[in-house]
Design a protein around this ligand. Structure first.
Ligand code: ADP
Ligand code: MG
Length: 352
């Protein structure tokens, strides 16, 4: 990857803008005594839930408590009993847990977005793809050759470019590396519509939502505030420890308990590794920045041969210039390697 690409990504990421959607009514979603069973299995019982225009809500809870089920019901892709009202003028965009399976494998990255982009954003499809880290030749790749992470990123880009005023995202950060998560989060922070996001990712949720809806015992409990307020209230370190608590409490056989403990330790180790790689990435990024600005300075000097005649004629400046260019290229490779490692680790972590 060369320098120019990185700069383009960063700049366009900041300029990402959602396509405008018509304004919705004040009440976006309202359920009354909503019930859902799969055969004999009752998952949601007498649920009363309201979401107002512009609200940003996090759905949290242990696995199997019904977060995906309610998301699907609101998105209109699952049947239910009881009452569900979707408000006036509400248009829903839904990102399912394995949404990327819906992409057409034969289309290229560019075609995938070109097909759905309308209005002003059509002028800047390349820029938008750049903000989702599809720069240069990557836009001509066919979907079928993309990695899992790339496909997730592309289907998120696709969803975010569809004008909707209620976005429902079910675990959107699965398979995303840290950089893509940041891009998604930044985009969502600028989103003015209503948002429902299912996630176990504390750092991703932080500052993104203003209400936490906790799924528990076939019902929901609302907590106003950020995810950190919720975790503090529950005296939890992370949303993943919510899961651990369940596993440990739910274990009756001692053998399994120690297995769980091992898994827990492994997860802790993975989390430590992730933090370590993250630190390495930001260190690498600041080294890159420093090298780049040194090179810019030298470029300037080289463009003024009169002023810096001595340094230039001695060959000293060229030598340093070459050295710094090499250092930069090595550092870029290092950065790329760290990104891959980070991606690998977060994938492992989400598999745990
Ligand atoms: N299509 C289905 N058929 C039968 N059971 C299902 C189906 N989908 C989900 N379930 C069950 O319903 C419960 C809630 O699932 P889900 O809504 O996916 O939970 P969450 O998203 O909170 O992990 C789980 O026990 C799950 O096994
Ligand atoms: Mg789910």
């Amino acid at each position: 990857m060369d320098k120019i690409e990185i700069e383009q990504i960063d700049r366009s990421a900041i300029h990402f803008k959602f396509p405008p959607a018509p304004s919705s009514g004040k009440i976006v979603v309202e359920t009354r005594q909503l019930k859902k069973s799969y055969g004999d299995l009752l998952v949601l019982n007498d649920l009363d839930f309201v979401s107002l225009k512009g609200e940003k809500i996090a759905f949290v809870g242990k696995n199997g408590e019904g977060k995906t089920t309610l998301s699907k019901i609101i998105a209109g892709v699952l049947e239910y009993d009881g009452q569900l009202n979707i408000g006036y003028n509400v248009s829903v965009g839904y990102y399912a847990q394995n949404q990327w399976e819906m992409l057409d494998p034969e289309k290229t990255v560019f075609e995938t977005i070109d097909d759905i982009a309308v209005g002003d954003i059509r002028k800047n499809i390349k820029g938008i793809l750049g903000s989702f880290m599809f720069g240069g030749d990557a836009i001509d790749k066919k979907v079928k050759v993309l990695s899992g992470g790339e496909k997730s990123r592309l289907s998120l880009a696709k969803l975010l470019l569809t004008p909707v005023n209620l976005l429902i995202l079910d675990e959107p950060t699965n398979h995303l590396d840290m950089r893509s998560k940041d891009i998604l989060k930044n985009a969502l922070l600028m989103y003015e519509g209503s948002l429902i996001v299912v996630s176990h990712d504390r750092d991703f949720l932080q500052g993104l939502t203003t209400k936490v809806v906790e799924f528990k015992n076939k019902g929901i409990k609302e907590h106003l505030g950020d995810i950190y307020d919720f975790l503090a209230k529950r005296k939890l370190e992370s949303l993943k420890s919510l899961e651990e608590q369940k596993k440990l409490n739910g274990q009756k056989e001692p053998v399994k308990a120690s297995e769980n403990k091992l898994k827990y330790e492994q997860k802790k180790q993975l989390e430590r590794d992730v933090r370590k790689v993250n630190t390495q990435i930001s260190k690498s990024e600041s080294r890159i920045e420093k090298l780049e600005s040194e090179i810019v300075l030298m470029d300037e000097k080289l463009s003024k041969p009169d002023e810096f005649a001595d340094e230039i004629s001695s060959g000293e400046l060229y030598k340093t210039y070459d050295l710094f260019k090499k250092k930069l290229s090595t550092e870029m490779q290092n950065w790329e390697y760290l990104q891959l490692k980070a991606e690998e680790l977060s994938e492992k972590l989400s598999d745990q």
